[in-house]
Design a protein around this ligand. Structure first.
Ligand code: ZN
Ligand code: ZN
Length: 160
């Protein structure tokens, strides 16, 4: 995480080289950072399960080895990863499915530095209450939240 001071220096560097105003430079830098984070988040989510347990898991090896199944004694394999929280952007859920029967389970993992979105503190309505709200990066599929493009309609429906 860059410190505030470091961030300002980066913004000033960009202002000097592009001639942009502080706000424009800050906005463009943030967009670039979000794009990089978006690409990383999509890589965390988009992979195909391994055909066999002899090869490393295509998720990048950030999962636990699959457990042995109680029912059929085959092994579970890691088949899917999706955001595992609505507010903790570094929490992902890993789904494991048995290779011999229909058994499955889900584990939560924390991937530091690989968020699926951005957590923002927003002031909510009349009571001026501060709540943490996560914004899902475009292209990331969240089972409970929709990507940023849908946020306007959330507001229209009065979902808080
Ligand atoms: Zn895996
Ligand atoms: Zn099984």
């Amino acid at each position: 995480m860059t410190t505030n001071r470091g961030r300002k220096d980066v913004i000033r560097d960009r202002m000097a080289s592009t001639g942009e105003s502080y706000n424009v430079a800050a906005r463009n830098l943030k967009a670039m950072k979000d794009m990089g984070a978006t690409r990383d988040a999509m890589l965390v989510q988009r992979w195909q399960p391994a055909e066999s347990l002899d090869v490393p898991c295509p998720c990048g090896g950030t999962c636990e080895p699959g457990e042995t199944c109680d029912h059929c004694h085959a092994r579970h394999r890691h088949v899917k990863r999706y955001p595992g929280s609505v507010t903790d952007v570094e929490a992902w859920a890993d789904r494991y499915e048995c290779m011999g029967c229909s058994s499955s389970y889900t584990l939560t993992v924390r991937l530091a530095g690989r968020p699926w979105g951005v957590a923002e503190t927003v002031i909510q309505g009349g009571s001026a209450e501060e709540v943490v709200r996560a914004r899902v990066f475009p292209g990331v599929v969240h089972p409970l939240l929709r990507a940023e493009a849908a946020s306007e309609s959330d507001r229209d429906q009065g979902i808080s």
